[in-house]
Design a protein around this ligand. Structure first.
Ligand code: ZN
Length: 144
């Protein structure tokens, strides 16, 4: 099933992630799951990486709660999170897989490894701890 993201939200994520370099940036994704199973991201939240490193991230828990409440207030469902990889490709690291404990969540990763060519991919990560498999989703940017 495809996942739709507004180009303006993609640009918002990209600009924020670039501004947070050299550290990883992170945030939440909220939207709606349509009747046909397609997912539409309606809002991307830009949140603070309290780890402040280029190797991993932890979303500020208070900001995360605020974002979840804001999403629900706007009739949206929190669907997953995004984070940036300043120097590595747009796929889950071993640590990302280890920490991904929600098989229903979307894990989006923006790679800034190649200058001028940001790459955003979205994944489902399933399986038991130690044997998790990431499946790339069909991410489609929409004009709005
Ligand atoms: Zn990562």
């Amino acid at each position: 099933m495809p996942i739709f993201l507004k180009r303006s939200d993609f640009e918002k994520i990209r600009d924020y992630a670039v501004a947070q370099l050299p550290n990883e940036a992170c945030g939440l994704l909220a939207g709606v799951v349509r009747e046909d199973g397609a997912i539409a991201i309606e809002k991307a939240y830009l949140l603070t990486n309290v780890d402040q490193t280029n190797e991993h991230f932890s979303i500020d828990p208070r900001e995360q709660l605020k974002a979840v409440l804001d999403a629900r207030k706007n009739g949206l469902t929190p669907l997953g999170n995004w984070h940036s990889h300043p120097e590595t490709p747009s796929r889950p690291s071993e640590e990302d897989k280890r920490l991904a404990n929600d098989p229903k969540a979307i894990y989006a990763i923006l790679s800034l490894a190649e200058e001028g060519n940001p790459v955003l991919n979205a994944f489902r990560i399933e399986g038991s701890e130690g044997a998790r498999v990431a499946t790339k989703m069909d991410l489609i940017l929409t004009e709005d």
